[in-house]
Structures are given as structure tokens and as C-alpha cells.
Design a protein around this ligand. Structure first.
Ligand SMILES: NC(=O)c1ccc[n+]([C@@H]2O[C@H](COP(=O)([O-])OP(=O)(O)OC[C@H]3O[C@@H](n4cnc5c(N)ncnc54)[C@H](OP(=O)(O)O)[C@@H]3O)[C@@H](O)[C@H]2O)c1
Length: 224
């Protein structure tokens, strides 16, 4: 991939918790259980760029399982950009789970270039996952505070809906990068937030970039 300097200027490295999502025009976050059917070349470019600029990539266990995540090995160009920017070569993968129902042999864990961190609310004991990842017993706010304290201050969350619902509920979402795809997915599809209702969080628009038939939206929390 070639790094698009203009796109980088529109999505600068920003402190706090940034969320990246793609949805259909009628609000679906998945088609046939995956986000792939909603993505496009422009969306993928943003996706890769946001991964390149973050310190840690936060993801719910459901997304890791459903979307069959790969290890976070960025291509040489993005690794070079990170090193030239004074960052580590790779962002750290941070996975949120209650049930610890992840396969330690999952390629995103087994082949991770940096030891991943698993965040869970209860002590895991000698769970097999402790062989492939560090474990932090924490809720969402504690986990974000801990990552910040460790110098991982530019956080990217790629969902999914349950994790995003919980993050928004805890008022931890500082930024939302949303690709609106030119698709009507139809009734019954997954929305981009799930879980318990929470008070509305008002955001302000930073940009709206048309890209082919899609729209690349960037919002920040309103009181920034
Ligand atoms: N359109 C997009 O941009 C996009 C992005 C991501 C995902 N998706 C789609 O979303 C669907 C998956 O949805 P999902 O809601 O299952 O995804 P998810 O939020 O990634 O996964 C839910 C799971 O994450 C863990 N989790 C969530 N909140 C947690 C918290 N506060 N503390 C600890 N663990 C927590 C739990 O894992 P355990 O079950 O292990 O306890 C929970 O069952 C898939 O169809 C995927 O394709 C779409």
C-alpha cells in the first residue's frame, strides 16, 4: 500500500479512543455476519491508515472470532512510517472478553508480533490463554486508564457492536470514524452498537469525504 499523505492529514494521530466502523446506508454493521460486504477500497485505505497510526488496537472477542483476525503485522511501508514517527514497529492487540472463549491457537494470538493483552473482568487462573497473552483484570474504564498509563495513549477500537455499545455507555468514545457504504442491507441486520441503552452522546463532524459512492465520516465528541 502507498501511504496517502492527504488522507493521513485528514486522520491525524490523535490522543484518546478512536473507533472505526463501516455501515450500510440503512445502519447495518454486517452483511451475512461479516463487515466485508460493506467495505470498499476507500474504507480499506482508512482502515489500514488508522491501524498504522495507533498505539494499541482494541477489539471485542466476537469480532476477533467472527472476522478471523490476522496477526497485526503491518506491511513494510507502514512499519517504516511508524519507526520514522518514533513509534514501535507494531501496535499492540488488546482483546476484550468476559468468557475467555478464545482459542490460544487463533492466528491473531499465536502469530502476534507483540504479545497481546486480554482484558477480562474476572481472574483467569491458569487459563491456556495466559500462555499467549498478558491478562488484565479490569473493566473498560480501568483498561483504558491502564493503557494510557503505559504510554499507549492513541487507541483504536475496531468494534464490534457489543464492545462499542459498552464503550459509548461508559462515555469512553472520543472519536468515531465511520464509512457509510452505498448499500441497503435490509431489515434485521446487526447495528453498530449493541447492549444496554445509555444516554445519547453528541458528536461533532470533523469531515465528510466522498470516496466513490461511499462517505468517509470523522466525528469527535462534542465537548472537545
Ligand atoms: N461494520 C463494522 O465495522 C464491524 C466491526 C466489527 C464487527 N462487526 C460485526 O459485528 C459482529 C460481531 O458483533 P459482536 O457484538 O459479537 O462483536 P464484539 O463486540 O467484538 O464481541 C462481543 C464480545 O466481546 C466481548 N466483550 C464485549 N464487551 C466487553 C466488555 N465490556 N468487557 C469484556 N468483554 C467484552 C465479549 O466476549 P466473550 O463472548 O468472549 O465474553 C462479547 O461477547 C460480526 O458480525 C462482525 O462482522 C462489524
Amino acid at each position: 500500500m502507498t501511504i496517502d499523505e492527504e488522507l493521513l492529514r485528514r486522520y491525524p494521530r490523535t490522543e484518546g479512543l478512536r473507533v472505526n466502523f463501516v455501515t450500510s446506508l440503512d445502519g447495518a454493521a454486517a452483511v451475512d455476519g461479516l463487515s466485508t460486504g460493506l467495505s470498499s477500497a476507500a474504507d480499506k485505505q482508512v482502515f489500514r491508515l488508522l491501524r498504522m497510526t495507533c498505539d494499541a488496537l482494541l477489539v471485542g472477542a466476537g469480532t476477533l472470532r467472527d472476522e478471523d483476525y490476522r496477526p497485526l503485522t503491518l506491511d513494510p511501508e507502514r512499519r517504516a512510517w511508524r519507526l520514522a514517527s518514533g513509534l514501535s514497529a507494531y501496535p499492540r492487540l488488546v482483546i476484550f472478553t468476559h468468557a475467555l472463549a478464545l482459542d490460544p491457537e487463533h492466528r491473531a494470538l499465536r502469530d502476534a508480533p507483540v504479545r497481546p493483552l486480554i482484558v477480562t473482568p474476572a481472574e483467569p487462573g491458569d487459563h491456556p490463554l495466559t500462555e499467549v497473552a498478558d491478562v488484565l483484570v479490569a473493566d473498560l474504564a480501568e483498561a483504558v486508564a491502564r493503557l494510557h498509563a503505559e504510554g499507549l495513549t492513541h487507541l483504536l477500537c475496531e468494534g464490534g457492536p457489543t464492545l462499542l455499545g459498552a464503550l459509548a455507555g461508559a462515555d469512553l468514545v472520543d472519536e468515531l470514524c465511520l464509512t457509510l457504504s452505498p448499500v441497503l442491507a435490509g431489515p434485521g441486520a446487526t447495528r453498530m452498537t449493541d447492549g444496554r441503552p445509555h444516554p445519547p452522546r453528541t458528536m461533532r463532524l470533523i469531515h465528510a469525504i466522498p470516496a466513490d459512492q461511499a462517505l468517509l465520516l470523522r466525528y469527535r465528541r462534542a465537548h472537545d
